[in-house]
Design a protein around this ligand. Structure first.
Ligand code: SF4
Ligand code: SF4
Length: 363
């Protein structure tokens, strides 16, 4: 596991919260203890044995949605506060898990999914394809239509794809403090992925993409194939004319909510816009802030399960920043789930492309 960088944590602990306007946990909760530098101070004091881990200390330090919004104004380019907070509480064995997290950890142990549901078979997904589509437990449990949409588009584009019986990527288990369980799930996934013989892994969920590309190497588990996020892969199929969208059911103005991970970690920003503009009849209205300055939907770090009231408050704040009364398109199952908190329509981009590509290679 990555070690805490105490020097970076102390830099943050001594900062006057230059990023306070960007921290959704602080903005939603209005508690100084969950301000970025507030959390850093608490984590640093626990690290220095000046404070003992307790339930309230763990709750405060875990009040980070992993959105990396604090990096926008941070004067320390090497600091990744959300990782430092995660490493500091996981490294502190006595911290353990909050009682509210236990049912989800038990689901992970029993079913391989925090939602306690088993994956269904998806039409068209066979064994042995060169492209392995990994949908992720949140899409499988909450929006199987998006998984169907990916499968439909892969078939339309003639992609030789497969799916495996997925275990959760492991990120929720790490988030809830059980690193051993996270590594166990990751090992099981790696064995299945290796056995699949696939050459390319396409992820439907940005959290899974980040876990495979950042956390697995940190856990000593390098996956033996190229990894690409689903939006970039879909854009490739559009660019190669393997998908040719016609006018779909959704037309007129739409806006994009950029998922934090895609915008700030993967750098996938223009791709979402190119996908929207590939569908005839859609007009793009930008959200403010958007692109690399996007704000969290409330779904980061499993908050919809861990801290549902905070997740809802964060989602409502984000919805106030979206252009009113037009559909919101996003590219993450957590974002879709969070932004559904409002009254408006929210879709994953893949669903819109699938609707615009009904059959026979679209059109
Ligand atoms: S994350 Fe950066 S800007 Fe925010 S409080 Fe810490 S040091 Fe300051
Ligand atoms: S990663 Fe997001 S939630 Fe966490 S401290 Fe930074 S701004 Fe706040």
């Amino acid at each position: 596991m990555a070690e805490v960088d105490l020097e970076q944590l102390m830099n943050c602990a001594l900062c006057p919260n230059m990023c306070r306007s960007e921290c959704p946990a602080l903005q939603a909760g209005s508690r100084e203890a969950v301000a970025p530098a507030g959390k850093a101070r608490l984590a640093a004091m626990a690290q220095n044995a000046q404070l003992e881990w307790s339930e309230s200390l763990l709750e405060a330090v875990a009040n980070c949605l992993g959105c990396r919004g604090c990096t926008i104004h941070c004067p320390f380019p090497e600091l990744n506060l959300c990782d430092e907070l995660l490493f500091s509480r996981i490294g502190a064995k006595p911290a353990g898990a909050l009682p509210a997290w236990e049912p989800y950890l038990n689901n992970l142990r029993k079913y391989g999914s925090p939602y306690g549901k088993r994956q269904e078979e998806f039409r068209g997904a066979k064994r042995g394809g060169k492209v392995l589509f990994y949908a992720g437990c949140t899409a499988l449990a909450n929006n199987p239509a998006s998984v169907e949409a990916y499968c439909h588009l892969f078939k339309q584009a003639g992609v030789d794809f497969q799916m495996i019986e997925e275990d959760c990527c492991g990120y929720p288990a790490e988030t809830w403090g059980d690193l051993e369980l996270a590594k166990k799930l990751a090992s099981e996934n790696r064995a299945k992925i290796e056995h699949s013989g696939a050459e390319l892994l396409v992820t439907g969920c940005p959290e899974c993409w980040q876990t495979f590309t950042e956390r697995y190497p940190d856990w000593g588990l390098q996956l033996p194939l190229e990894i690409v996020d689903g939006s970039s892969y879909l854009l490739g199929l559009l660019a190669e004319k393997k998908l040719k969208p016609g006018r779909g059911g959704l037309t007129g103005p739409v806006t994009i909510h950029d998922p934090c991970i895609l915008a700030r970690t993967a750098g996938v920003i223009s791709e979402l816009r190119e996908i929207v503009l590939a569908v005839p009849g859609l007009e793009l209205v930008e959200a403010d802030p958007g692109k690399e300055k996007t704000r969290c939907c409330g779904g980061g770090r499993m908050f919809q399960l861990s801290f549902p009231r905070t997740a809802e408050a964060v989602a409502r704040k984000r919805l106030e920043e979206m252009p009113p009364a037009i559909p919101i398109l996003t590219a993450c199952p957590f974002c879709r789930e969070g932004l559904k908190t409002g009254e408006g329509k929210v879709y994953e981009l893949v669903e819109i492309i699938a609707e615009a590509c009904p059959g026979d290679n679209c059109k």
